[in-house]
Design a binder for this molecule. Structure first.
Ligand SMILES: *[C@@H]1O[C@H](CO)[C@@H](O)[C@H](O)[C@H]1NC(C)=O
Ligand SMILES: *[C@@H]1O[C@H](CO)[C@@H](O)[C@H](O)[C@H]1NC(C)=O
Ligand SMILES: *[C@@H]1O[C@H](CO)[C@@H](O)[C@H](O)[C@H]1NC(C)=O
Length: 473
């Protein structure tokens, strides 16, 4: 997120503002799962009594309580879906006392967003809404077409949890008829008809074609095809399956064999293509159906050699870029940002910083890869993944290493140490009470940018699920 440079220039004053800077010398934070969960929920309208977000539409998820420098006091479809995926995951796992009401309040908030988006020129690609649910009409990077895909994936999971014949599923979530105006159906139709459109990336900066967006769209279409079939909507199912296959085909063009990595975008100049959004695409587009689909390079899940090769290059790009990383050599974890060419510093454009959610994504990819290798009871070092694995065992030969081999033990131990290291980096730069702003200053490590970024807490929690071997969906 969030401010594009041209829009930042529209602001009244560009005073340099550091929000909630930690006291000098305080470097050990105490982020915990329960603190993260509580802080995340506090940013949802009406969700609990000590909410940070009074006067917010019930069920709407605010990106941050920060109303000024920067103003993130809006409901973004993407950030909301990232957050509510965690809440729905908790509902399914029976943790944190999540009720149907919490999730169905979100559904009603999103129904209002969908209805209001219908009157905007970008339709369901409208990226953010005012806190009362009304359309945000100021200039912005629109459309953003990841939101409807992520929202559909979240609600399909919820519909399966409460049952496909549940009244809420059949009325609010999915009706075969378009005129039923149901949440999932509206989103799937939008994705099916608009995935080929040029649109803005999750950082809202460049209009192009994006690996992240296509990854979550592919997943929404593939799962949507199964969902439509199960709802007896066979015509739609066929159409969604065709779109999933076409997106899957398009995604292959983001792999560069000469660079040995997945590039984040096509049609953007002045950037390497190394970007945190590729990590996020692997995590949120992941086909967890089977070990085979998790390891299928053409599906770009976190355990695939293509994504691990990309993770290595992504992390290495920040080792010498940010002073707080002190040019620490691989395989040690460092603080990672959105992309190396980033200029946005949280409220102005004084140079990019490491982001909490990106550093956590680098960890989550590795934890999930470990989970898949554990399921497979083996890991494969290919010519593509060798640079990733060789950082944990120099001179490593390609080949298949069974779980009972010494090499498997060395590699997985090294991977776990790196993943834990990213978490430690986040701990060491969080506020002492566990709060996380959007970013950490690249020179001082102090918290900068929007305070209590909701998506940070969601990222902390999905990272924890991955570390526990129970990945979020
Ligand atoms: C997952 O992968 C399997 C096998 O490759 C495929 O049949 C299925 O459609 C995929 N599902 C999703 C949701 O991508
Ligand atoms: C930075 O790296 C140098 C060289 O490896 C080391 O001597 C120094 O202690 C490091 N500084 C910090 C703050 O980690
Ligand atoms: C956490 O600490 C920061 C910085 O001191 C402060 O702004 C914030 O209000 C605290 N949050 C809570 C929930 O206590």
């Amino acid at each position: 997120m969030q401010l594009r440079s041209s829009f930042a220039a529209l602001g009244t004053s560009a005073a340099l503002t550091f929000l909630a800077i930690s006291a000098p010398g305080q470097v050990e934070g105490t982020v915990t799962d329960s603190y993260s969960y509580t802080s995340m929920i506090a940013n949802i309208g009406g969700a609990n009594s000590n909410t940070q977000v009074p006067n917010v539409q019930t069920g709407a998820v605010i990106a941050s309580p920060s109303t000024d420098a920067p103003d993130y006091f809006y409901a973004w479809v993407r950030d909301s879906a990232m957050t509510m995926k965690v809440v729905i995951d908790n509902y399914i796992k029976g943790t944190n006392g999540v009720t149907r009401t919490m999730i169905e309040n979100w559904a009603r908030a999103e129904q209002a967003h969908q209805a209001n988006a219908a009157s905007s020129s970008s339709s369901l690609g409208e990226p953010k809404f005012n806190v009362d649910g009304s359309l945000f009409t100021g200039p912005w990077g629109r459309p953003q077409n990841d939101g409807p895909a992520l929202r559909a994936t979240a609600f399909m999971k919820y519909a399966r949890a409460i049952g496909l014949s549940d009244t809420f599923t059949k009325s609010t979530l999915y009706q075969n008829s378009l005129s039923g105006n149901s949440l999932i159906k509206n989103d799937l139709e939008y994705v099916a008809h608009h995935w080929q459109d040029s649109n803005f990336d999750p950082w809202e900066e460049v209009q192009a074609t994006h690996f992240f967006t296509l990854s979550v769209q592919r997943r929404a279409m593939a799962e949507g095809a199964k969902f439509a079939t199960d709802m007896g909507d066979s015509g739609a199912a066929t159409y969604y399956a065709q779109q999933a296959a076409a997106i899957q085909s398009k995604l292959q063009s983001f792999w560069s064999s000469s660079q040995n990595r997945v590039n984040a975008y096509q049609g953007v100049s002045g950037r390497s293509g190394i970007d945190c959004s590729v990590m996020l695409g692997a995590l949120h587009g992941w086909n967890q159906t089977s070990v085979a689909s998790s390891l299928d390079n053409t599906q770009f899940g976190p355990a695939t050699d293509r994504i691990l090769a990309t993770q290595k290059q992504y992390v290495d790009a920040f080792r010498s870029l940010y002073a707080i990383n002190n040019n620490t050599a691989a395989p040690t974890a460092v603080a990672t940002g959105r992309y190396p060419e980033d200029e946005y510093s949280g409220n102005d454009r004084n140079g990019g910083n490491p982001w909490f959610l990106c550093t956590l994504a680098a960890a989550e990819v590795v934890y999930n890869a470990l989970h898949v290798f554990n399921q497979a009871q083996a890991l494969s070092v290919t010519i593509v993944s060798q640079p990733f694995f060789a950082q944990f065992a120099s001179g490593l030969a390609t080949g298949m290493y069974a779980a009972n081999s010494a090499t498997y033990a060395t590699l997985t131990r090294g991977m776990k140490a790196q993943a834990d290291g990213f978490v430690q980096v986040v701990q060491s730069h969080a506020q002492t009470n566990g709060s996380m702003n959007e970013e950490m200053d690249r020179n001082s490590g102090y918290n900068v940018g929007a305070r209590d970024l909701t998506w940070n807490y969601a990222s902390w929690l999905t990272k924890s699920q991955a570390a526990n071997g129970t990945p979020a969906f």
